[in-house]
Design a protein around this ligand. Structure first.
Ligand code: AMP
Length: 291
């Protein structure tokens, strides 16, 4: 890992024209590019992706763009933390070469139109079911980034496990040359998965939110002892007993295609995925049950 004392060498690019100039230079010199797309309000989850991109490529580019089309809830979009100055300071401590912070016109030159893709089950279930249109927004913006930047590698966190599978499928459907690299979930000391939305939690809800990962860990332990139906009921009951948190879904799925698994020996690799409301904030998490 390389950490710098200042951000002298880091360039901020704020539009498509500037991006193309820098990319042309990099290509001329035959440099490989590692790309980390983010919506900013950076934390150690994000910087773990950045460190990996720095280690594995000649140049590292981080984008900061709060993509309006992936928000199905206007309040969530309005309240989403935006802190570019602080993010630039954070990235300046690493060996990041470029921060790309585009405007809406760069990302959506024809207005906020969504492309349509066939992700099958991957976009129908879990977040796709509970946040209609979310993955069309994600896929449209990632598609645009990959088309504009054509990075050698792009880094995505397993925190958004379904998104990771969607992006892999997108690359296949659109024939992008970029290799998608999955990075493990980074957690707070009490196990809560790091998220830009965590800072919006009230102090009391922040404490209660640690229960989300605890229940995933317990579910994993129990998974060798009871069947899927009982396991789901057990988790649902745990949340019913916890009035501070509201369970939106808990699902046990085949980790490759996200179909629900009727029994735990039905698939080679299995994930448990959860979405929970803590006050007005919606949090997601997941755990590998078997691989
Ligand atoms: P976001 O800014 O929430 O769109 O996230 C940008 C990237 O960082 C996505 O690939 C996320 O999956 C990843 N990410 C966010 N939180 C974490 C975390 N706690 N651990 C690992 N990766 C994360």
């Amino acid at each position: 890992m390389q950490i710098k004392n200042n951000s002298e060498a880091m360039k901020l690019i704020s539009n498509k024209g500037g991006l193309q100039d820098e990319l042309a230079l990099l290509r001329q010199r035959g440099k490989t590019i590692g790309f980390v797309p983010t919506m900013g309000a950076l934390h150690r989850g994000h910087t773990s992706l950045v460190e990996r991109a720095i280690d594995e490529n000649d140049a590292c580019m981080v984008s900061i763009y709060v993509n309006p089309t992936q928000f199905n809830d206007k309040n969530d979009l309005d309240n989403y933390p935006r802190e570019l100055e602080r993010d630039l300071e954070t990235l300046g401590r690493y060996d990041v070469d470029f921060v790309f912070a585009p405007g809406d016109k760069d990302m959506y030159p024809g207005g906020f139109k969504l492309k349509s893709y066939d992700f099958g089950q991957l976009s129908r279930t879990l977040e796709g079911e509970h946040r209609p249109g979310h993955f069309d927004g994600v896929a449209t913006v990632v598609d645009r980034f990959l088309e504009m930047i054509q990075p050698d590698r792009a880094y995505f966190g397993e925190k958004d496990y379904q998104q990771l599978l969607i992006v892999r499928k997108l690359v296949e459907l659109q024939n992008h040359k970029t290799k998608i690299i999955a990075c493990p979930i980074v957690r707070e000391g009490d196990g809560l998965a790091m998220s830009s939305r965590n800072q919006l939690l009230s102090p009391a809800d922040r404490k209660f939110a640690a229960f989300i990962y605890q229940s995933l860990q317990q579910a994993k332990k129990l998974s060798s002892k009871i069947d899927v139906k009982s396991l789901k009921s057990w988790v649902e009951e745990q949340f019913r007993d916890n009035p501070a948190l509201k369970l939106e879904y808990f699902e046990i799925v085949d980790a490759r295609n996200l179909y629900p698994v009727p029994s735990l020996d039905e698939a080679e690799s299995i994930r448990a995925c959860v979405a929970v409301w803590a006050g007005h904030i919606r949090l997601i998490d997941n755990i590998e049950i078997s691989s």
